[in-house]
Design a protein around this ligand. Sequence first.
Ligand SMILES: *[C@@H]1O[C@H](CO)[C@@H](O)[C@H](O)[C@H]1NC(C)=O
Ligand SMILES: *[C@@H]1O[C@H](CO)[C@@H](O)[C@H](O)[C@H]1NC(C)=O
Ligand SMILES: *[C@@H]1O[C@H](CO)[C@@H](O)[C@H](O)[C@H]1NC(C)=O
Ligand SMILES: *[C@@H]1O[C@H](CO)[C@@H](O)[C@H](O)[C@H]1NC(C)=O
Ligand SMILES: *[C@@H]1O[C@H](CO)[C@@H](O)[C@H](O)[C@H]1NC(C)=O
Length: 280
Amino acid sequence: MAPPPMWWVDLLLLLKLVLLLPAPALAESNDEVCLSNIRRALKDPSNSLWNWTHVNFAAPCNGFTSYLQGVTCNNGRVYKLSLAGLALAGGISPFVANCTNLQTLDLSSNQLDGPIPLELSALLNLAVLNLSSNQLTGPIPPQLVLCAYLNVIDLHSNLLSGSIPDQLGLLVRLSTFDVSYNQLDGLIPVLLANRSGLAAGLPRFNASSFVGNRDLYGYPLPPMGGRGLSVLAIVGIGLGSGLLSLVLSFTAVCIWLRVTEQPATMPGDEGKISNLMPDY
Ligand SMILES: *[C@@H]1O[C@H](CO)[C@@H](O)[C@H](O)[C@H]1NC(C)=O
Ligand SMILES: *[C@@H]1O[C@H](CO)[C@@H](O)[C@H](O)[C@H]1NC(C)=O
Ligand SMILES: *[C@@H]1O[C@H](CO)[C@@H](O)[C@H](O)[C@H]1NC(C)=O
Ligand SMILES: *[C@@H]1O[C@H](CO)[C@@H](O)[C@H](O)[C@H]1NC(C)=O
Ligand SMILES: *[C@@H]1O[C@H](CO)[C@@H](O)[C@H](O)[C@H]1NC(C)=O
């Protein structure tokens, strides 16, 4: 019998890593607690959430309708939360985990900061996670692998750091993955970079999903991508050293002019100065 292929060994290793993750507390379903705490953690300078009031939190859903901006309901439960581009600041409350039926969480294009709460991993129905274009910091939680239905992870244009968790490669339904323009580092996980099975050798996600992270490397990024000198850096160094030598030679000329001028301005010291002058 042939030994198992390399990726199979990797898979087993990753499964072990998943089992070692701290198990999240089973979140209690409570849309009211979820929404009121999400609201409390947000700053809303343009008052977009004007009807996120206590009365509306108490009964956020009426069958399939909601009275809260950005909330979509399904059968009396919060199903989608879409608050994109509302100039919201503040952080993402970990109580988001109590909206246990959440399928879409879109908080993109705001000014949110702080971490991605690892409590998101309790959202077992989550299919779409779009937190792009904010100022989120800290790592990408490996616990997201527990959201087995994730189709879309869009985290581009934030300030996320650390490496991309290998575990995310196990999300088989993932069709969009974008972590471009962050501060991520390390090797791109092979299970996100390469497809397996019959399509092995084809990229699973394009380089465009990974660009804009200075210390991230490996396929599908071009070799040495971001590690060697970029064209901009080379041009910069060229211009900088050109300018520096210009300044240096200008200074040298000035000094030389001064030194050669001095005998004329101080006729009394003529003899002394001319002794110091080098012979040309
Ligand atoms: C919200 O979920 C957390 C676990 O994530 C649980 O500890 C807490 O009791 C829940 N809150 C309510 C009010 O259901
Ligand atoms: C709450 O605000 C949204 C958007 O401004 C609006 O569509 C919705 O009808 C409002 N709901 C109520 C009950 O006023
Ligand atoms: C995430 O939201 C932004 C807008 O805020 C949008 O441009 C982008 O397409 C969304 N990502 C996905 C994968 O739909
Ligand atoms: C991933 O695919 C690229 C391009 O086909 C290939 O060069 C690389 O060796 C593959 N990596 C793995 C671990 O299979
Ligand atoms: C990668 O880019 C090619 C074209 O450049 C496109 O056809 C393909 O759909 C892209 N794949 C993904 C996973 O985005």
